[in-house]
Design a binder for this molecule. Structure first.
Ligand code: ZN
Ligand code: FE
Ligand code: FE
Ligand code: ZN
Length: 265
């Protein structure tokens, strides 16, 4: 099996992941994943969601950990970041991202206002929520994310399904299409993220329907495990590759110095 790069994984600096990057490298080598990219949660000095990210002062530790993994040499290691989009996020990211040497900037939406909708700690808010308007607000943020032109890939593009709160396909289509149009216009890729299989929804992000809509727009895909523990590197990539191929994809994206190349799947 010729596996695509795994572009999404974390480090203990985000306070909810285990294992040093070196251990992730070891698992990648064992599983035959030729390239991995660390994309830990970006610092947010403005005070956004401090419990699940490194501080700005810890950023050099992140660089050092990834460099240690690069030196291991058994698989190609890239240096990326998972940067949230939220109101005002650009104030910091616009200047900071340019000063770094990232291979890849993954753009994600995990919060609506101050509600971390993918955090099980706040699942009660889902029980009271108007599910359709949550999805509407979410996709309008994804559209804004694309419009900033600050990111290379959109992470887990249908994350609100994590706990099973879904909308009918017709509604999903109507809400997602404008966001996908903006992703395409920005020249971005989307992530095929296998972490959804390990969550209550038990499904890859995004669903087949959304992946088909992305394919129709020529939006490239990159594969991500979103590993928060070394054993999850490359998790369920066979299933993700099968899904991609079923939809028509024949190539996957890899990134170096924020430049994309497409490799055969
Ligand atoms: Zn995380
Ligand atoms: Fe994420
Ligand atoms: Fe992540
Ligand atoms: Zn993630």
């Amino acid at each position: 099996m010729n596996y695509p790069p795994d572009i999404h994984m974390h480090t203990p600096l985000c306070k909810h992941a285990l294992g040093r990057p070196l251990e992730y490298v070891r698992v990648a080598a064992l599983k035959g994943i030729p390239e991995i990219c660390f994309t830990d949660h970006a610092p947010a000095p403005g005070g956004y969601d401090p419990d699940s990210r490194m501080s700005l002062e810890q950023f050099p530790d992140y660089q050092a950990m990834v460099e240690e993994a690069v030196r291991a040499g058994s698989v190609t290691v890239r240096f990326g970041i998972e940067a949230d989009y939220y109101a005002d996020s650009a104030a910091f990211l616009e200047t900071w991202l340019d000063q770094q040497t990232f291979d890849l900037v993954l753009g994600s939406v995990h919060c609506l206002g101050d509600w971390g909708f993918d955090n099980e700690k706040y699942i009660d808010t889902w029980k009271r929520a108007d599910v359709v308007s949550v999805w509407r607000d979410y996709f309008s943020l994804i559209g804004e994310l694309a419009d900033t032109r600050l990111y290379d890939v959109v992470g887990h593009v249908d994350l609100p399904k994590k706990f099973g709160y879904r909308v009918p396909d017709l509604v999903l289509k109507e809400l997602a299409q404008p966001a996908l149009d903006k992703i395409a216009a920005a020249g971005m890729a989307i992530e095929l993220n296998t972490a959804g299989l390990r969550k209550p929804v038990r499904e890859i992000y995004p669903s087949r329907l959304l992946l088909e809509l992305a394919y129709d727009r020529d939006i490239p895909i990159a594969f991500g495990s979103d590993a928060h523990t070394p054993g999850d590197v490359g998790a369920d990539f066979d299933q993700a590759i099968a899904l991609a191929r079923a939809v028509g994809y024949t190539r996957s994206a890899r990134y170096r110095q924020r430049r994309r190349t497409l490799v055969p799947l």
